[in-house]
Design a protein around this ligand. Sequence first.
Ligand SMILES: O=C(CO)COP(=O)(O)O
Length: 248
Amino acid sequence: MRQSLVMGNWKMNGSRAESLALAQSIVAGLESGDQGVAVCVPFVYLSDVRSVIESTPLALGAQNVADQEKGAYTGEVSAAMLKDCGCTYALVGHSERRSYYGDSDQSVAARFCQAQKQGIIPVLCVGETLEEREQDKTFAVIDKQLDAVIDMAGIDALANSVIAYEPVWAIGTGKTASDDQAQEVHKYIRQRIAEKSQEIADKIQILYGGSVKPDNAKALFAMPDIDGGLIGGASLDADSFLSIYRSI
Ligand SMILES: O=C(CO)COP(=O)(O)O
């Protein structure tokens, strides 16, 4: 049995006060034995949020991490800095990073490696655009995104990572992949990893992201290869996020 994981991605939303209030409301809805729940917070509020979630089941994550260790990289935030702020997780290769900021497969792989060097668990986001899906390129896109990381980090590195399948056409659009569509890709990802290591394939958590809401979470999470979710919009409301978490 794989441990499930439900992760909020707050993206570029909220003030300091709102971030603290949201974290407090989520924590208030959790019980001491809860596990597998995290929020990815804007860099500047990581330390604030850390102060309210310390010693609670809610884990902290960042939304990105630098592809270099340290030095003259203006505007970047290193894995060591994130570790210092209490991060357990860091997203790498979110589609918004890939499409708006040009994060290439190579740079995503380097970010993945930097996170792991500091003991931060990278959450590797993969997924195809609508155009790619319509051209039947979904699996080819996933292969390319996954292989870049495996080539640089090695298959064993996947043992300490999470994968998030987020079809770009389902992010923030209200269009969720159907349970079967999502399962098909999750199964594909797991099989692809199994070609190199069955043990890692059996253990790795593969999350689904893209318009997950309280009313569709249960069916998605019931699919055999979907181990949880990466939640955008619905994670900005504590009740919705908790309700999604309770759907596992
Ligand atoms: O991008 C996402 C999470 O990383 C998904 O966002 P939405 O849940 O808002 O579609």
